[in-house]
Design a protein around this ligand. Structure first.
Ligand code: PMP
Length: 309
């Protein structure tokens, strides 16, 4: 494809895009135990700089996913960190970019066994931010149930978990909604197929706890800190009932890809007056300015990628 990057990073080496191949038979086996990350880098046009957001936190979660499925990580976190930076520089990005690290073992069976050494790939693509675009989402509660920790742990960012996500997203779109919200087997709210959820009730932010069947989202953690420390809002992490979704005055999805996606309605119950709520707006503006480095606080969350030369 014409817009493929020049380079991809494979097992520690910058590799020309067309040279990075595995045998097609591996699609039937290696993908079973593939774990990955999704990271964004934001372009600051005024400063002509690219900032990777929460790189260390993503690489820590990546290492945790590899460990939890009992693969061996052959490349240390620091080398991966440099790999991400080298790859972004080599591909000369001057726009918002998505970075996808993934780890897998080549195998003739179900993605290999305990102790197998992972192969690690880093890939990048341009993906423009939709923050402040004004786009709102109409969500539904899915008829599919979220996977659980003792079945397929949502805490592990494993590609196989996304079959559960696909079921829910596909159903939502087929029924005319933009996004799904999944309940866990106890009937409590878990998360969206690829993002966490925050709702606003009586001026307080409420979000399902990390034991509700969610991926421990880095955006969620970031926003909890920002809402408490900067916006001085109460944030409560607890179980959330389905009908709390319908009585919320505001709600939004949060995640690296979803960023902050405001929700207009859930199961056709309008939230507030169905337009962008004041708390969501404050959260979105703050997040936008921080990730781009317009707001210079929390510098430790941004990794600057210096251009070549
Ligand atoms: N839940 C799921 C299922 C996801 O795929 C994502 C996206 N990574 C999130 C939550 C949000 O996580 P993060 O903020 O770390 O991107």
């Amino acid at each position: 494809m014409a817009d493929n990057p020049k380079f991809i990073w494979v097992d520690g080496k910058l590799t020309p895009w067309n040279e990075a191949t595995v045998h097609i038979s591996q699609l039937g086996t290696s993908t079973v135990s593939l774990v990955f990350e999704g990271i964004r880098a934001y372009w600051n046009d005024a400063a002509r700089k690219l900032f990777v957001f929460r790189l260390d936190a993503h690489l820590e979660r990546f290492a945790q996913s590899i460990r939890l499925i009992r693969m061996k990580q052959p490349i240390a976190a620091d080398a991966l960190r440099h790999g991400v930076i080298d790859l972004l520089r080599a591909n000369e990005y001057a726009a918002d970019t998505y970075i996808r690290p993934f780890a897998f073992t080549e195998s003739a069976t179900f993605g290999g066994m305990s102790g197998d050494q992972a192969r690690i790939v880093l890939t990048t693509q341009t993906w423009l931010s939709r923050l402040k675009s004004g786009k709102m989402s109409h969500a539904c509660v899915s008829s599919w149930t979220r996977i659980t920790d003792n079945v397929m742990p949502p805490r592990v960012k494993a590609s196989s978990n996304y079959l559960n996500s696909r079921m829910a997203s596909e159903e939502a779109k087929r029924n005319g909604y933009d996004s799904a919200l999944l309940l866990n087997p106890n009937g409590k709210v878990a998360e969206a197929p690829g993002a966490c959820l925050m709702i606003v009730r009586n001026g307080k932010i409420i979000t399902p706890s990390v034991t509700s069947g969610i991926l421990e989202s880095i955006t969620r953690e970031t926003l909890i800190q920002l809402c408490r420390d900067v916006l001085k809002l109460d944030v409560i992490e607890r179980e959330v009932d389905r009908t709390e979704l319908y009585t919320a005055s505001e709600a939004f999805l949060c995640g690296t890809g979803a960023e902050i996606t405001p929700i207009a309605s859930i199961d056709r119950f309008a939230l507030g007056d169905g337009s962008l709520g004041p708390i969501t707006q404050r959260v979105e503006l703050l997040y936008h300015d921080l990730v781009r480095g317009i707001d210079t606080r929390y510098a430790e969350w941004r990794t600057e990628v210096k251009s070549e030369g």
